[in-house]
Design a protein around this ligand. Sequence first.
Ligand SMILES: Nc1ncnc2c1ncn2[C@@H]1O[C@H](COP(=O)(O)OP(=O)(O)OP(=O)(O)O)[C@@H](O)[C@H]1O
Length: 329
Amino acid sequence: MKEEEVNRCQIQEWYPKFKSVSIKTLIHELPEPFVEYLLDDSGPFLLPISITNEDALPNRVHNPHEEEDYQVSEGSDDESEQPSSSPPSFPKLELEIKESIKTLGGAIFPKLNWSAPKDASWISTTGTLRCTSFSEIALLFKSSDSLVHDLCHAYDSCSDKTSSRPRSFFLALRKWYPSFRPDMEFRCFVKGQHLIGISQREVTTFYPVLMEKKDDVRTLIHEFFSNKIRSRFDSENYTFDVYVTGDDRVKLMDFNPWAAFTLPLLFTWEELDQEIEVDMRIVESRREVRPGLKTAVPYDYFDTSPGSGWDQFLRNVGEEELTHQNRGA
Ligand SMILES: Nc1ncnc2c1ncn2[C@@H]1O[C@H](COP(=O)(O)OP(=O)(O)OP(=O)(O)O)[C@@H](O)[C@H]1O
């Protein structure tokens, strides 16, 4: 794969051309200090100070110095342990984003050049990627591992890789759709500029309604590809994601490079490369559902294997209980 094929799939590259067939999106170039803030994991986890007083975590300690004082007086009297970092602030970006969120109806879905912070949704107060303020976006972006891919590894599978990152990063604010139906999302696979495969996007669930709609959806997506995508997207091989609305309109959600980091969902890349029995795949019964390919919770949360955090915690609890019992006996 070439860098230019990866670059074409960045939302700031494709969206202006496909705006009329996609969902309403406003795009902001990110200032480099904000990118550095996202990349920096050397210090404590600090959210930017909000100049509009919109806090992503309303119950946290507001004044970071109070937090530091508390830690110092409770913990240690060693002055060298005092935290030195102060929270950053991005007033201009915050105000621009506030304005765009308002234009988009008050709630947005955020994305970086290629990816959304899907793995971080658990940390938001709603458990979704719905954001109403800059602080909520910063919290999701700072907590997401998916975005590390965009920030540092986007070109890792390129044969002509010259850099680990694009020159600029962009924040895409997409109008929030509360009634998005996961059964109507599909990933489409284009090889040699031919649409060879369509897969249900949410592979962890069987949707009986799709059994009836499969043929209609296939026709709608093929027409959409021929009329709106094929001659206008310059790569030979790529994937695109679509959403089919209740009134049978097809909306373009995203482009992704062929193979590499793109999930093949109900196909395998081998099948797609060799075009073996590729057409449209949906989950056809409850027995066929696939395990989640991405979890919404960090692995450490459910890893109980020997040596894991949970294992050590449970051992400590067990030891404490024994000590109590022994004392009581
Ligand atoms: N505007 C929106 N409002 C509400 N939900 C959305 C919106 N846009 C996307 N979603 C939901 O979030 C999911 C992930 O979005 P998206 O495909 O843009 O992320 P991504 O990081 O590019 O994912 P992938 O890497 O799998 O392509 C979508 O499948 C959809 O269910």
